[in-house]
Structure formats: C-alpha cells, structure tokens
Design a protein around this ligand. Structure first.
Ligand code: ZN
Length: 352
C-alpha cells in the first residue's frame, strides 16, 4: 500500500485497460472523462521513484483520499484537461473534497460548493511547504527563473518594446539566420503601438524567425498592486497570448501568482540581470550577458544597447569562448531542417 503523497503527484495511468472503468458526467459542456471507481485505484510508481531506469514499473495500490490540499493556486476546470474552461481558482493551501481520480491523474473535487476537475500535480495529502522565499515578494522562486529551458544553453531575453521596426527586424532576422533562439517579451501596449505605426504584429514576426514570444502584461504595471482578478485581466487584454509570462519588474506576491494561475500562464523571470537600462552601455551589457553561466536566463530590454545584431553576436562569441552555447532557433517538432515558426504556446521543455 502506498500513501498518496507529494511524490506520487505525477501519477502515471498507462495501464488503464487492466482496471474497471466508470464514466461520470461532469456537466453539460464537458465531455465525460474516464475515471476509476472511487473505492480503490491502482497506480503505477512514477519513474523518479524507481531505483534504475531499466527496473520494471512497480505497481502499488492506493485508496482514493477523501480530501487533498492544493500545493499552489490551482484552477478548477469543467473537465480533466488544461483545455477545459476554468470555473475558478482555488487558493494555495486549501483542503478540497475528493470524488474521483481520472486516468491522467486529475481529481474531481469540490471547493466552495463548486465541483470540477483539478490537476493532481498540485494536490497532495500534506499542507504546502512555506519556504522562506515566499515571504519576500520581490524575490522570485528559483524554479521559475529558468522557465522551460532545461538545457545548459543560455537564453537571452528581451523585454518591453523596441525603438522602431527596423531595429526589431534586424535582431530577429540575425537571430534566425544565426540559429539563435531569443525570448521576446513585449508589452500589450507595445504590440498595439507597432500595429498602429507599421501595421505589423511583433509577436508573429518574431515567431516566423523561430523566436519565442512570452507575455509581459499590457501596460507594465506592478501586478502586486492589483487583485487576482485585476491582475488576470492585465495579463490577458491586448498582451501576448501564450502560456508563459514575465511579471513587470519581476515583482511577485500571492496576488500575482493567483493572477497568472487564473490567466493560465506560468511565470518565467530570469537568473542574470544585466541592468542594461541602468548602465546604458553596449560594452557593459555585452560583458554582463557574455559572462552568463550554463542554463542562465539573461534579462535585457529591446530599447537598450543589448538589442542589436552586433551585441547578440558579441555575447554569443564570449559564451562560446567558455564552451557555452546560446539557445537555438526553433526547427520544428523533429528539430531538423530549416528554422520554423515557433508555436504560440511554449513546450514544457524548450528545444534550445
Ligand atoms: Zn519590463
């Protein structure tokens, strides 16, 4: 018998054919998901718990818990998939009543008399651990800093807004040709302004060159000053539509986390800040970015000196001198062939 704890949050359900399957309706709009009967469910042990990768998959039996606690601000949805509509966001640390578990590890739960589905990845028997960092609103959590880059390659990221269309095109064209994948984080106001001035969509232009585009709010407000609902509105609006976003100033508190969860977006901050906006020097910005460590996410801005083809080239050379590569432009799902248009939603592991 295995207790359903945090380690078992990422339960695999590949052997569903072996078990009895019950169908439960979840509401008019949602397709009925496949669920195990509430009495006893059998789960496969996640790979992380296995002694070696080649060991056979151990199978253990676990009873469906009557209650589970949210380990993060968690969306309650009409069905057991992130594609289903959000009913509401359950705050972190809330105990919810459990009715069923779907084959994909999602749970049917009730919170404030609303019943829906929530990802089992963020549900556990225990209360969430309060880290010392969560008390400091301006310091982002370490796991967010690198975003979806799990490679040793360095990601150069550029926030806010370019000075003009030609400076933007020069950089993204250079990056595409040089097989470099940058992360571009324009504000919604910036997108609207370029649409008005030049009739172009900056996000689409960058994606066409194999570059990644993330959200950076609509008008660059400190999201900590807004409620969860107001924050989510600021993240949707005219801003970049995608699944990753960077809060202005990297400012994060519980309201901001809640807003991102409600907007269905993950937070990606940075690990190395060049302070390009403060030094306003190409040489210093290039030197700071070029001194990045493996796997770093480097923060720069499109309106300052790090955002030119020559700056990107110099940064790449400095890193390469130390045996460190830059994130590569997107080459499609198979990673082969020519540079391809990046998807609107970033994959959970960036093919850098
Ligand atoms: Zn910014």
């Amino acid at each position: 018998m295995v207790q359903l704890t945090g380690l078992l949050r990422t339960i695999l359900g590949p052997a569903s054919g072996v078990f009895a399957i019950a169908i439960m309706a979840t509401g008019a709009a949602a397709a009925p998901p496949t669920v195990y009967p509430a009495a006893t469910i059998t789960v496969a042990q996640p790979a992380a718990m296995l002694p070696t990768a080649s060991a056979p998959l151990a199978v253990a039996t676990a009873k469906l818990p009557s209650r589970l606690t949210t380990q993060a601000n968690l969306n309650l949805r009409t069905g057991n998939s992130t594609r289903k509509r959000i009913i509401l966001t359950i705050p972190k640390g809330t105990s919810v009543k459990v009715h069923a578990r779907a084959a994909n590890g999602w749970y049917k739960v009730t919170y404030k008399s609303r019943t829906g589905w929530a990802s089992g990845q963020y549900l556990a028997a225990k209360k969430p651990v309060k880290s010392a960092k969560s008390k400091l609103p301006s310091i982002p959590h370490a796991h967010q800093n690198r975003g979806p880059n799990k490679t040793p390659r360095v990601v150069l990221t550029y926030d806010d807004c370019p000075r003009n269309l030609s400076s933007f095109k020069a950089v993204i064209n250079y990056a595409g040709k040089s097989n470099i994948g940058l992360v571009i984080a324009p504000t919604g106001d910036c997108l609207v302004s370029f649409k008005r001035r030049y009739g172009v969509d900056l996000a689409s232009l960058a994606r066409a060159k194999g570059q990644w585009v993330i959200n950076h709010s609509v008008n660059h407000v400190d999201l900590r000053k807004l409620s969860c609902t107001q924050g989510a509105r600021e993240l949707r609006g005219t801003g970049v539509r995608t699944n990753y976003g960077r809060p202005p100033y990297g400012a994060i508190n519980s309201n901001v986390r809640c807003a991102y969860a409600r907007a269905d977006m993950r937070i990606w901050t940075w690990t190395r800040d060049t302070l390009d906006w403060m030094v306003r020097s190409k040489q210093t910005t290039v030197a700071r970015a070029g001194a990045a460590k493996r796997g770093d996410t480097v923060l720069m801005h499109m309106q300052w000196q790090g955002f030119t083809p020559d700056s990107v080239r110099q940064i790449r050379n400095r890193l390469s001198d130390r045996g460190i590569g830059l994130c590569r432009a997107y080459h499609g799902k198979d990673g082969k062939g020519a540079v391809a248009r990046t998807p609107v939603n970033l994959p959970s592991s960036l093919p850098c």
